[in-house]
Design a protein around this ligand. Structure first.
Ligand code: HEM
Length: 457
């Protein structure tokens, strides 16, 4: 079968079909027009966008497809090099870091980070409490402070202290700027990128500043070892790959430090923003989540043992991720020429993008109520009961999210602590949902207010 494609324009191909500051919005629009598969001719590459369960399920076959590192991701390599997220397929240091870090990110490893997570979450709650019920909280701001500080502390024992300053730590701004610029560079013609000398220079300065901070943290840890600390830096500096016996190189440690901040802060912060939007739009779900927190916790301090009992809260998070998660596209390419879903000829040179929003709303999997926010859909056997590859908010196969357990622990904990202590409401009940797009998505300009619940101090 031939793959539908918007009409080509002379010289530009399909570049004008894409909004460079909202690529994913263009993909959603084009999927509405052209259906579950369409093709775009962009500068130097052909992109195939797939949006249905049938097609995404097929590209999740790792015998025939893998994650390429191209487009915006390749641009991010200036910052994160051969760190886990941006490593090329088969790149040696990916294997070393992956094998060494998998157990650290496993259930036993992240349990040990519980204390650090409570420390940072408490800072946010205290701040909210002190500002009082009339204070408007911009979700993207505070949740970003939260997730950034949590990774800083839990991953390398460093306090960014974002809750103690008005302005976010410079690292946060530098990183956001680099990510936005990477996305833009990927959508510009090569010649335009070369002409934009000032943006390139700013980009390099931002990258250098972030690398310098990571190098300082590494040097400090080497000068003052803290063997008792259960973070990621200790195993990254001292651990050995169980397969080759190698240690991670210092450069690779630095790339992975930035990687964890890049991959872990916006994603988790965006998810929390989406989640509170849905809970406040659907008061019955909010009440159900709060009831679960009350049943499990009452007014007792949160402990590790409570987290696994907060199932409804977890499914509220999954449902927010299904509805529209922070990562909107997963990139793939064919290892060899193949037929996609037995129908479409695909070559390795073509870039395949899995368009997660329409994919996660495919009525064949999610039913006719796929447009409803309904955490209950996960209750029946959890998301494990779904057909294979139906839920891809955390990516796919060996390149799926290594920080998933970390993120889930952090999010369930934060939601429980917020619902236990506060009554949350939208700062503006007329808020119209719209999405802010950088490398990840989050609800734009979404603000809440919190009022301490009676008897909860
Ligand atoms: C990879 C989602 C939190 C670290 C990924 C991928 C997705 C994802 C979709 C695959 C990307 C691709 O195919 O290119 C999420 C979501 C999160 C989250 C939705 C929160 C709600 C975190 C956290 C960390 C983290 C907290 C670290 C502390 C990583 C890393 C990779 C990754 C290192 C690359 C793994 C590899 O390729 O080996 N994540 N992530 N993520 N994530 Fe997450």
């Amino acid at each position: 079968l031939s793959i539908p494609q918007p009409p080509l324009k002379w010289f530009f191909g399909n570049i004008q079909d894409i909004d460079p500051v909202n690529t994913v919005g263009s993909f959603w629009r084009l999927a509405d027009i052209y259906g579950p598969i369409f093709k775009l001719s962009l500068p130097g590459r052909t992109v195939i966008v797939v949006s249905s369960y049938e097609l995404v399920n097929d590209v999740c076959d790792w015998n025939r497809f893998e994650k390429p590192v191209n487009g915006a991701l390749k641009e991010v390599r200036a910052l994160t090099g051969d760190g886990l997220f941006t490593a090329y397929p088969g790149e040696h240091n990916w294997g070393v870091a992956h094998r060494l870090l998998m157990p650290v990110f496993g259930p036993m490893g992240i349990r040990k980070m519980f204390g650090g997570m409570v420390d940072i979450a408490s800072q946010m709650l205290l701040r909210w409490d002190r500002f009082g019920p009339d204070h408007e909280i911009l979700c993207s701001d505070d949740f970003t402070r939260l997730t950034f500080d949590m990774i800083g502390l839990c991953a390398f024992g460093f306090r960014f202290n974002n809750f103690y300053t008005d302005e976010a730590h410079p690292f946060v701004t530098q990183m956001t700027d680099v990510l936005i610029e990477s996305g833009r560079r990927a959508n510009r013609l090569d010649i335009e990128n070369r002409l934009r000398i000032f943006s390139a220079k700013t980009n390099q300065e931002n990258v250098a500043a972030m690398h310098k901070l990571c190098d300082e943290i590494i040097a400090d840890r080497q000068a003052h070892p803290q063997p008792e600390l259960n973070d990621l830096l200790n195993p990254m500096l001292n651990g050995k790959d169980p397969e080759t016996g190698e240690k991670m190189t210092l450069e690779n440690v630095r790339f992975n430090m930035v990687t964890f901040l890049v991959a872990g802060h916006e994603t988790t912060s965006g998810t929390l923003g989406f989640l509170f939007y849905h809970l406040l739009k659907n008061p019955d779900k909010y009440m159900a989540a709060q009831k679960e927190v009350d049943d499990v916790l009452g007014d007792a301090p949160l402990e590790m043992k409570h987290l696994s009992q907060l199932k409804y809260v977890k499914y509220c998070i999954y449902e927010a991720l299904r509805f529209l998660g922070p990562i909107s596209l997963i990139a793939k390419h064919a290892k060899h020429a193949t037929k996609l879903a037995g129908k479409y000829d695909i070559t390795p040179e073509e870039h395949i993008l899995c368009n997660l929003r329409p994919f996660h709303h495919d009525p064949k999997i999610w039913g006719e109520d796929a447009e409803e926010y309904k955490p209950e859909r996960f209750l029946n056997g959890g998301y494990e009961a779904l057909p294979p590859n139906a839920f891809k908010a955390f990516g796919d196969g060996p390149r799926a999210c290594i920080g998933r357990g970390f993120a889930e622990q952090e999010m369930v904990m934060v939601v429980a602590l917020i619902l236990q202590k506060f009554q949350v409401e939208m700062a503006d009940p007329r808020y119209q949902f719209h999405v802010k797009v950088s490398l990840t998505l989050k609800p734009a300009d979404f603000k809440i207010k919190v009022r301490r619940r009676l008897g909860r101090d």
